[in-house]
Design a binder for this molecule. Structure first.
Ligand SMILES: NC(=O)c1ccc[n+]([C@@H]2O[C@H](COP(=O)([O-])OP(=O)(O)OC[C@H]3O[C@@H](n4cnc5c(N)ncnc54)[C@H](OP(=O)(O)O)[C@@H]3O)[C@@H](O)[C@H]2O)c1
Length: 242
């Protein structure tokens, strides 16, 4: 069976690690990017030289622009052919309590983190018809802390959307989600930031990227699994033991 995947926001960080993992697992991979064109191109060059018998490419789309999102899957299919895996990884992560959240911030968070995945899932189902969708959410969906109000709401919505799509798209398409916790520090922070955050979670250490990658592998290998959420978060969703 052909194995071709698109990962949104895959030029750097967690998305890039997912792309590299899938390439190791003999997938053809399309790296989606918006601003990070150079890292996306460098990743494609690296993957092509490491796995010469597979196909790799990149595609640009601003996921806050509805017109560009609507064209992403059609353009992808006409350029690379049908594919069997969509990973909705791209995300905007901006702080703001409810009282501080402007309509602009709200729209940007919801457009990139929820509306774009909705359109991509719909178009994947209509144009590709079978395979897997994996949505990257966040352990914050298990809480009501509003410090990242619009972000948290977008990820809560994405999890609800995952279940809805799992029901509608079965049995041809499985839809599952992964909820990372303390994984990778924001680009402007150092590792101490994560170590400090991790003191408050049951497993007492940052998870890094590996639990997310292992969750991807687990979902792909289990062909009876759909509508499920894997918390790859060191137990953070369980709350505090005090
Ligand atoms: N890092 C963590 O510890 C952590 C914890 C919990 C959950 N997560 C989730 O895991 C996923 C990956 O996390 P991450 O930290 O690696 O993500 P990230 O670096 O914050 O963002 C990933 C990519 O999203 C893309 N993106 C942002 N706005 C976009 C737009 N308007 N159009 C298209 N692409 C856009 C960017 O692509 P370009 O650079 O090409 O613009 C960016 O490289 C996210 O869904 C995040 O919510 C992460």
């Amino acid at each position: 069976m052909e194995k071709s995947a698109i990962i949104t926001g895959a030029s750097k960080r967690i998305g890039r690690a997912i792309a590299e993992y899938l390439a190791e697992e003999e997938w053809n991979v399309v790296v989606h990017f918006n601003e990070s064109e150079k890292p996306a191109e460098e990743l494609v060059i690296k993957l092509k030289s490491k796995f010469p018998n597979q196909t790799f490419g990149s595609i640009k789309s601003n996921l806050s622009n509805e017109k560009e999102v609507e064209m992403l899957i059609p353009n992808l299919v006409s350029e690379f052919g049908s594919f069997q895996l969509l990973v909705n990884n791209a995300s905007v992560f901006k702080p703001g309590y409810l009282k501080e959240t402007s309509s602009k911030l709200f729209n940007n968070q919801l457009n990139v983190n929820l509306k774009a995945p909705f359109i991509l899932m719909r178009d994947f189902a209509n144009r590709c018809g079978k395979g897997n969708i994996i949505n990257i959410v966040d352990t914050r969906i298990s809480k009501n802390i509003s410090g990242f109000a619009a972000y948290s709401l977008s990820k809560k919505g994405l999890w609800e959307l995952s279940k809805m799509a799992a029901l509608e798209f079965a049995p041809k398409i499985r839809v599952n989600a992964i909820a990372p916790g303390v994984s990778l520090q924001p680009e402007e922070r150092d590792e101490n930031y994560l170590e400090k955050l991790a003191e408050g979670i049951p497993m007492k250490k940052p998870g890094g990227i590996l639990p997310i990658i292992q969750s991807i592998g687990y979902i792909l290998e289990n062909d009876h699994l759909t509508g499920q959420l894997l918390f790859a978060d060191g137990g953070e969703n369980l709350g505090k033991n005090d």
